[in-house]
Design a protein around this ligand. Sequence first.
Ligand SMILES: Cc1cc2nc3c(=O)[nH]c(=O)nc-3n(C[C@H](O)[C@H](O)[C@H](O)COP(=O)(O)OP(=O)(O)OC[C@H]3O[C@@H](n4cnc5c(N)ncnc54)[C@H](O)[C@@H]3O)c2cc1C
Length: 489
Amino acid sequence: MIDDIARLPTADLAADVCVVGAGPAGITLALELARRRPDWRVLLLEGGGRSTPDERELELYRAEVGPQRYAIEASRRRMLGGTSGHWGGWCKPFDATDFEVPSAWSTPGWPFGPETIAPYLDAAHRWLEIPATDYDVAALSQRHPGACLALPDDAAVAQRLFRFSPPTRFGTRYEDDLHRQSNLTCLLHANLVALRREGDRIVSATVKPLDGATRTVRATQFVLALGGLETTRHLLNLRGAGSDDGVGLHSPHLGRGFADHYGVRPGLLLAPAGLRYGRFGDDGVPVMPVLAPHADRIRDGSFQNVCMMLDPQPKPEPLLARYGGQRALGFSPGEYWHYAVQAIVEPRPHEDSRVTLVDERCALGLRRLRLDWHLHESDIASALAFFDETGRTLARLGLGRSRRTVQDSPALRAGVLGANHHLGTVRFARDERDGVADPHGRIFDLSNLHVASSALFPRHGYSNPTLTLVALSVRMAERLAGQTAGETA
Ligand SMILES: Cc1cc2nc3c(=O)[nH]c(=O)nc-3n(C[C@H](O)[C@H](O)[C@H](O)COP(=O)(O)OP(=O)(O)OC[C@H]3O[C@@H](n4cnc5c(N)ncnc54)[C@H](O)[C@@H]3O)c2cc1C
């Protein structure tokens, strides 16, 4: 059932599991949980309504930002379905190397490997309405001769694949499912404003519409699925003025390590005509091959992860002319094109990149966020180095050349704009000294407060986060559902 909290009597509410936030993570988790446990009552609280947020709702997200610019308000959506209301649908599982940590890095990596997520990827593809689950560029190349480069296995440059969700708008796509699920109640305009803690447990949540009475929600398990910034904001508000030298809520890592993916355009590649390192239809199903460093070259420290898309340019002559005597080099204009390159950079976690609370409060009484986003010096430099290496690889193979059109510079860094992926500020870890939450997303010093968000992710590669987030939400549902009734009711 879906209802508006303002229409309900002001009595307290009770559930076995209370999930707060109805974006992709919250809706997946709540429905998976309710289907697995028909004997449980699942409550899904959503601060927004069915339609686009009004001015007062938008105002709740106003935050301070600096020194790096960031579109912090526009990067999330407060409504049923959350930010899936305007996401782009790019999907790809993280690469195996994203689960490893370079020895030069001081931050810890994922608390498990890709094999922990793999069992939940098929379900995540179904939730995101992606009809195929393989990411095999070799098979794609056979179906589309000439679309991808023929690169030797030991080349520094490898190829990977993105797939696309339609994109699924979780609010409209799963509204009927939420209505029909008899043991699930989804309440709209139910803004979480406080959590009450007793010892190592959260005993209740305080919820209210922007205009209206406050309700108390009691549940055995609570899950925050408020997105990668609001989840952190609530945890920081819950910590209050307490110290930040402990574990869990008091972890020094809470709010630190904020990261987002971003793009740079390093230059032009001269390469065989007809390459398709951009989005196209594979028998009607959208795909996008990309160029990326070979795993061995990430492991040996040559590059951070990065991917490159190629945009064919209408006039190939300037680059060809630069390599003088086109025909002499074999790069005749009909057979070789030049392509503008867009690279998506892997953001290395930066401990000073963080969200904190300022004193000003929003209409719900919560202290507002401040985002200080910092980039590591190595991030863009590594992406540019990989672009250069791609040019050298093409030259060695007689397949082309590269030309840089930008150099790494403070101006380039200042112009960076994020991709709206909110990563890293509640990172999970095996050891409570290394993160805020355990490998299942449970806050370390609380036995019943969990987080379902890309804020858990400790290393980010270049892959968009939602596919992995939805897979982890299915995993969390399986784990919570596996607990005995005595642990919840
Ligand atoms: C323009 C844009 C393009 C994007 N493109 C892609 C893409 O191509 N691929 C990709 O993987 N990702 C993309 N993303 C990111 C993607 O949208 C997020 O990863 C995803 O929505 C995160 O899901 P979530 O459930 O964690 O958070 P959200 O979708 O943000 O949902 C959080 C929910 O919590 C609710 N909420 C917040 N505060 C409260 C409160 N106090 N009480 C109750 N409820 C509350 C919100 O209203 C919202 O419904 C894009 C994002 C943007 C902005």
